[in-house]
Design a protein around this ligand. Structure first.
Ligand SMILES: CC(C)(COP(=O)(O)OP(=O)(O)OC[C@H]1O[C@@H](n2cnc3c(N)ncnc32)[C@H](O)[C@@H]1OP(=O)(O)O)[C@@H](O)C(=O)NCCC(=O)NCCS
Length: 181
């Protein structure tokens, strides 16, 4: 990770809540990231319903390796007691703005604060690097993600009709990184 994003700070001060830890992803996490993406999003991204596209698709191990290597990306992993993977996040910066590319928490670990911890840490790392605004796109029917984003203070700023492969619209939200609750 480059562009002034402070990985060392993250590794030293990793968030810890009831065994939940957030740390920056390392190159060796690429296969885990691909597996987490497949497990978090399931077959929703497969057009034929045969399962996730993570072996050949845009979220495969090779793609994850590129994200983790950067430049300008924030890749975080959530673990329980520093061992069991629970979730992950990828954001990408462009000048003083950033975009959340994906966030996922394994089904068994949902609704226990992991998503919020990942997003809070990303916001902190990005804010510390001088990024002012984080944009988040989400399917308008994705209530958990909307609850997560709105809960941290993100505000709706637009819509992208037919944004997703299935024809669904995307809601676009913005999180001002220096004015979070
Ligand atoms: C979206 C997602 C990452 C949330 O992760 P999570 O760990 O369950 O979220 P948290 O436990 O931190 O919850 C954050 C807030 O959202 C709310 N929330 C979470 N799941 C919810 C649900 N199913 N219904 C309503 N609210 C929900 C929580 O109550 C919490 O609000 P609070 O702080 O007011 O209590 C998770 O549901 C997920 O991985 N979904 C599949 C992948 C996905 O859709 N990613 C987003 C698009 S890229």
């Amino acid at each position: 990770m480059t562009h002034g994003l402070d990985v060392d700070r993250l590794e030293m001060d990793g968030l810890q809540m009831d065994g939940l830890q957030i740390r920056a992803a390392a190159p060796y996490d690429a296969p885990l990231f691909a597996a987490l993406h497949a497990a978090c999003f399931g077959s929703r991204e497969s057009p034929d319903g045969d399962g996730p596209l993570n072996e050949t698709g845009p979220w495969n191990e090779k793609a994850m390796t590129r994200f983790i290597a950067g430049p300008g990306t924030v890749c975080l992993i959530a673990t329980i007691a520093g061992e069991e993977p629970a979730g992950f996040l990828i954001a990408r910066t462009a000048a003083d703005e950033a975009e959340l590319l994906t966030i996922g928490v394994l089904p068994d670990h949902r609704k226990r604060g992991a998503g919020q911890a990942l997003l809070r840490e990303a916001a902190e790392v990005l804010g510390a690097a001088g990024v002012g605004r984080l944009f988040l796109e989400v399917e308008e029917t994705n209530r958990p993600a909307l609850a997560l984003y709105r809960g941290l203070g993100a505000v709706p700023v637009g819509r992208r009709p037919g944004y997703y492969e299935n024809g669904a619209d995307a809601a676009v939200l913005r999180l001002d990184l220096r004015a979070r609750p």
